[in-house]
Design a protein around this ligand. Structure first.
Ligand code: 15L
Length: 265
């Protein structure tokens, strides 16, 4: 991998990666719909609205691999999700195929499977159970990735990211926390491992409370360094200040599940 494109550079995960991917690949093109006000002299940036194919074709030109973080990163109105995450995601894969890009790492989300109960341990081969329009768009992105891998040979890795940050911030995040350095490991497996065809990994560190089986990532060399349990006391203290959420507390997707929930139980 000589030249990679990272979309969503201005977002929370993009901001971590701008520090952590420095020097890992010789050329990194950062992109976002928003400008990067703190762009360093040694960083290369191209603005793009990924819902416009012409923009996407411009940013993917000449790259070997793509890390697609771009789009809307939480629940939102359908129009927003449709443009940023459905059309935008399709455009990334289609443009990657047309431009003969070798690999795509797609930032999927735990919300593609958010309606699994916390009491159930799941692997990467379960039926999707999205908890939001946002989660639906991530399940869609995984399906688009599988299609381009199976039909056209693009090497695709989907990362069902839990919650990325310096530390887990509540009980749910103790189970799904992802240390930023561990995300870099997963991205590097997706961009570099010789055996990638189409893979789904959970974007989670080594969390004792995890409800995900991430053995496929581990078989391909993933050795997470972060341990959610090291932060148990502070996360549980933060949890104690939160209101009870009978639906959200039952399911893996937490508040994304209880938001707009009106199923007559
Ligand atoms: C996500 O997918 C979101 O992008 C992030 O903002 C968090 O809400 C995270 O999931 C989470 O589940 O904590």
């Amino acid at each position: 991998m000589q030249k990679i494109l990272v979309t969503g550079a201005a977002g929370g995960i993009g901001t971590y990666l701008r520090k952590l991917l420095k020097g890992v690949y010789p050329h990194i093109r950062w992109s976002d719909i928003r400008p990067l006000p703190d762009l360093a002299a040694d960083e290369s940036f191209m603005g793009a609205d990924i819902s416009k194919m012409a923009d996407v074709e411009r940013i993917v030109a000449g790259v070997d691999g793509i890390v697609h973080l771009g789009g809307h990163s939480i629940e939102g109105p359908w129009d927003t999700i449709l443009n940023a995450n459905i059309v935008g995601c399709y455009n990334i894969f289609e443009a990657a195929y047309r431009a003969k890009v070798e690999r795509v790492v797609f930032a999927s989300s735990n919300h593609a499977v958010g309606f699994y109960p916390r009491a159930q341990k799941i692997g990467v081969d379960v039926t999707v159970r999205p908890d939001s329009r946002y989660g639906i768009s991530k399940a869609f992105g995984e399906a688009v990735g599988a299609f381009y891998a199976d039909k056209h040979g693009l090497r695709v890795t989907c990362l069902r990211i839990g919650n990325l940050g310096d530390a887990p911030v509540d009980k749910r995040r103790l189970a799904i926390w992802l240390k930023p350095e561990d995300l870099v490991q997963l991205i590097r497996i997706g961009l570099e491992h010789p055996d990638i065809h189409f893979e789904i990994f959970y974007g989670a560190s080594d969390n004792a409370d995890s409800w995900w089986d991430n053995s496929k990532a581990r078989r391909l060399g993933y050795k997470p360094q972060g341990r959610g349990a090291d932060y148990r006391e502070q996360a549980m203290a933060a949890q104690a200040k939160l209101a009870l959420d009978p639906i959200g507390d039952r399911y893996q997707g937490g508040p994304f599940c209880s938001d707009e929930y009106d199923r007559p139980d």
